[in-house]
Design a protein around this ligand. Structure first.
Ligand SMILES: [Zn+2]
Length: 393
């Protein structure tokens, strides 16, 4: 089992300058390697391989100890591999008859991270007062907000140092032993990732964004409108853009925190969770909807839920979302309604229900029937009949 733990770094001013310098050197090297590939191809018609580039840039690194030489050797290898991968993807898409974009030179705003192997130019350390520090070669020991400890049995495989909106983070990719999970005996649930609600559950309850997140989202929207009004290239626009980036970062972090807790709660409560298949949802809904779904970062929600479910022994199934919002979850009749209609009212059986909850009940049905191969004792239909608001959310 591979997990990523992310921690905020608090570099001193000098350390932040050193980190910025490393990132700059990383970007310079990446662009130089890209240029080398282009030039060699123009002059000889030949490609350049990763080993050839490594041999060249290894020497260049030794010859320039004050600049490229500040980069860790393994980081340089990772950068060259990143470029190699971009080229391979480019050519394989070309061969497949597609029209891929050529690998791009990285501008200042498009290069945010450096990769390391743990113990090679970087290391998690604890000082004598048991404070947590993250050591980076040519930068020093940086203060870490160590909000959750790396488990003793974890092996740190891979490290990514990232800058996001002037903040620094370290991501540790951990290899953990697969958990031994007990058989989950909780109820089953269908979840609609809503239009009206953030989530609607088939038991009739709904989940909304918490107030503090809604507040940040509103602030972000205001800042985005301000940015749109500013003149391109002006100092005021740059300032507005920095503010949007900062708020964006805050929303992302708040949402991630909220979803960590929510997905854990869901996985601990339910033994089976049925969801819409998002890739299909993007295809079947209109453009506007697909965008808003994307905006809510629902793919991230599903990914987090999959992690928590794996740890809790919960089964997650995805279903084709076609008709889940239109069909009546009681009698199956298709009741057409456009996006503005928030309540499902069935002219056939009289069912009256929040449209998203109706969708969640359909999702549950679709998710449960193919999965039901075991003995029929577990009363699946009974779940949808639970009283409104009886869920722990
Ligand atoms: Zn009906």
């Amino acid at each position: 089992m591979i997990r990523t733990y992310r921690y905020r770094l608090y570099p001193t001013e000098a350390q932040a300058r050193a980190l910025d310098f490393l990132l700059w050197q990383g970007r310079t090297l990446y662009n130089a390697a890209l240029e080398q590939r282009i030039t060699v191809y123009r002059e000889t018609g030949q490609g350049v391989s990763y080993p050839q580039q490594w041999a060249y840039f290894r020497d260049l690194r030794h010859a320039n100890p004050e600049t490229l030489g500040q980069l860790n050797a393994t980081s340089v290898q990772q950068l060259l591999r990143r470029l190699d991968k971009a080229f391979r993807a480019f050519f394989s898409r070309l061969r497949a008859g597609e029209t891929p974009g050529f690998p791009r030179f990285k501008g200042r705003d498009r290069f945010h991270s450096l990769e390391y192997r743990h113990g090679d130019g970087c290391k998690l350390r604890f000082d004598p007062r048991n404070r947590t520090l993250f050591y980076i070669q040519n930068v020093g020991e940086i203060k870490v907000k160590y909000h959750r400890p790396v488990p003793d049995e974890a092996e740190i495989r891979h490290v990514v140092i990232k800058r996001r909106a002037h903040r620094w983070y370290v991501c540790l990719m951990l290899a953990l032993p697969d958990p031994v999970v007990p058989l989950h005996t909780g109820p089953v649930v269908g979840i609609d990732m809503g239009l009206v609600h953030l989530l609607a559950l088939s038991d009739g309850s709904t989940v909304e964004n918490p107030r503090w997140l809604r507040h940040s989202l509103a602030q972000l929207r205001v800042a985005q409108r301000r940015l749109a009004r500013r003149q391109k290239g002006s100092a005021r626009r740059r300032k507005a853009a920095a503010q949007v980036a900062r708020l964006h970062e805050r929303v992302t972090n708040q949402r991630r925190d909220f979803w960590h807790k929510l997905t854990r709660q869901l996985a601990e409560t339910y033994s089976l969770i049925a969801l819409e298949d998002l890739t299909l949802a993007f295809l079947t809904t209109n453009h506007h909807l697909a965008l808003s779904a994307h905006d809510a970062g629902l793919a991230e929600f599903q990914q987090l839920l999959a992690y928590k479910a794996e740890e809790a022994g919960t089964q997650v199934v995805t279903v084709n979302p076609a008709y889940t919002s239109q069909a009546c979850s009681e009698c199956g009749m298709v009741v057409r309604k456009d996006l503005s209609v928030r309540v499902h009212v069935c002219p056939n059986c009289g069912l009256t229900l929040d449209r998203d909850v109706n969708a969640a009940r359909n999702i549950l049905k679709l998710g449960v029937y193919p999965a039901r191969t075991g003995p029929p004792e577990r009363n699946v239909a009974g779940c949808g009949a639970r009283a409104l608001g009886s869920s722990p959310f």
